[in-house]
Ligand binder design. Structure first.
Ligand code: ZN
Ligand code: MN
Length: 500
């Protein structure tokens, strides 16, 4: 019996996201700390000085609610904050202001492609801690702390233990990142620490456990295996890799009769392994207590309505619409809608092409150009499609001219590249080619004749059975017509003439 037939994988995810606000969660210090001089964005509140009083950031709470609405959560009408105590140098107050019994958002979900539903237990509002770095110099070890990050708004998304594979965890995290970016909740750049994923993982024997009310329960006298938590994961791909690694490690341990202890592990991206950090025999005691310095905040129906109006069409809905109303392939629809920027570009191009091509053909043409030429140029140059700075109406003109048969697709792509690389004027170039086509269109016959005379070797080869040399001749003629002739037509004329 293979291991995957014997064991089920059970994953829960905790995702922390720094939300896009100008100022910190409980003070007016600016949030943009990236590459700023350490300890310049600080005040008595975010330094945790005695007597300083926190004032909640309204926008941060709105963004937390927005994430809840976008993930089908219930929104609490009264917001309470709590103190979560632990002692660590990056937490100068000795506690983090967070939420304990009541989270702003509860009972949400996101549906995955395979139809499985990831249930979201809660999304709560809290604040980030400072950043510590550890150094050693002349055999002396020391740590430095930068409080610029202390107090930056964070939301924490907690799923129930209902994710069944590394692949599902990756898809869920990707969707959360897409929603964050589509709704401007966060840039969610994992490399910059704006989004942090911490999976907890256990493996249990099939048929010996059940999932009930968000909990994993043993059946009969089965003893559940402990779960492990993995921290420090720096990318969504690493979330998948870390889980895959951990599942294999857990299964091996169980098969070898080792007991799994509840523990926290770190992901070592360089080595591609998880490493033991600390064991966790009982749940941490954070001595939660209500935050006495912040009054209960009421959320009204009007607030919810106003925040809802920030919800735009999300990637899943876009994908669905591209497929059902325009007949775009599922793959293309998913790729295009994966970023708001590309989806907007695609929809604008479709709109400009529509009057000439009709809605569906316009969409298919736009999708083909985006998925083909535009993405390949964008990958080559390491810039996004909008950074290419091509005017959509000019691009549409180019596509329509190609559709009219004024030039070939190769020529059109070549032209587009030249325009991006050398800033050539697309409209003027198209005019030139139109002119060239008019000039040569009556002459195709002559050009073909001339080509036959000038390339006796290729003609000879073709006549002696080397069919490939016809391609060479067609190429020569296409060159002579500056790519404006129809290659199929040229080929037919050529074959006709060579028969004689
Ligand atoms: Zn401050
Ligand atoms: Mn947290």
């Amino acid at each position: 019996m293979s291991e995957s037939e014997k064991y089920d994988v059970i994953i829960g995810l905790e995702i922390h996201i720094q939300t896009n606000t100008k100022s910190k969660m409980f003070c007016s210090c600016p949030t943009g700390y990236f590459q700023k001089e350490p300890n310049t964005h600080v005040c008595p509140v975010c330094l945790g000085l005695p007597g300083a009083l926190p004032v909640p950031n309204k926008r941060a709470i709105e963004l937390c609610i927005l994430m809840g609405l976008a993930t089908n959560c219930d929104i609490d009408k009264e917001i309470y904050f709590d103190r979560k105590h632990y002692f660590y140098p990056d937490l100068p107050k000795g506690y983090q202001i967070s939420q304990y019994k009541r989270a702003i958002c509860t009972d949400g979900y996101i549906d995955l492609k395979n139809g499985n539903r990831v249930e979201i237990e809660r999304i709560h509002q809290e604040e980030d801690v400072a950043k510590s770095t550890h150094h050693s110099e002349n055999n002396k070890e020391y740590s430095l702390i930068d409080y610029n990050k202390s107090g930056v708004p964070l939301i924490e998304i907690v799923t129930k233990p209902c994710i069944k594979s590394a692949q599902e965890a990756k898809e869920f995290a990707t969707k959360i990142r897409q929603i964050s970016r589509y709704l401007n909740i966060s840039f969610a750049d994992m490399e910059k620490g704006q989004m942090r994923c911490e999976p907890n993982i256990s493996v249990q024997e099939k048929g010996k456990w059940e999932y009930k009310d968000g909990k994993i329960l043993p059946i009969g006298d089965y003893k559940l295996n402990s779960k492990v938590e993995v921290k420090n994961i720096g990318s969504i791909t690493a979330v998948e890799k870390a889980i895959e690694y951990e599942v294999k490690r857990l299964v091996d341990d169980i098969e070898n009769g080792k007991e799994i202890i509840q523990q926290t592990r770190g992901w070592n991206a360089e080595k591609g392994v998880t490493e033991f950090q600390r064991s966790k025999e009982t749940a941490d005691d954070y001595r939660y207590m209500p935050e006495p310095d912040i009054l209960v905040i009421d959320v009204t129906e009007e607030d919810i309505e106003r925040i809802s109006s920030e919800i735009v069409e999300l990637p899943d809905e876009k994908t669905e619409r591209y497929i059902s109303s325009w007949g775009i392939s599922e793959y293309s629809a998913e790729v295009i809608s994966s970023t708001k920027e590309n989806a907007t570009y695609f929809e604008n191009l479709q709109k400009v092409l529509s009057p000439k091509l009709g809605e569906k053909d316009a969409a298919i043409e736009a999708s083909n150009w985006l998925m083909g030429t535009l993405y390949s140029i964008s990958n080559e140059k390491g810039i996004t499609v909008s950074e290419m700075d091509i005017d959509i109406t000019e691009l549409a003109l180019l596509i329509l001219s190609f559709k009219e048969g004024i030039f070939t697709k190769n020529k059109a792509e070549e032209l587009l590249r030249e325009c991006i690389e050398n800033g050539k004027d697309i409209t003027a170039e198209i005019e030139n080619l139109k002119q060239a086509k008019n000039d040569t269109s009556g002459d195709i016959d002559n050009i073909v004749e001339e080509c036959i005379v000038q390339n006796p070797k290729a003609v000879e080869d073709y006549k002696s059975g080397k069919d490939a040399s016809i391609g060479f001749l067609v190429g020569k003629i296409m060159q002579a017509t500056k790519g404006t002739a129809n290659p199929n037509e040229v080929r037919n004329i050529l074959i006709e003439k060579l028969k004689r």
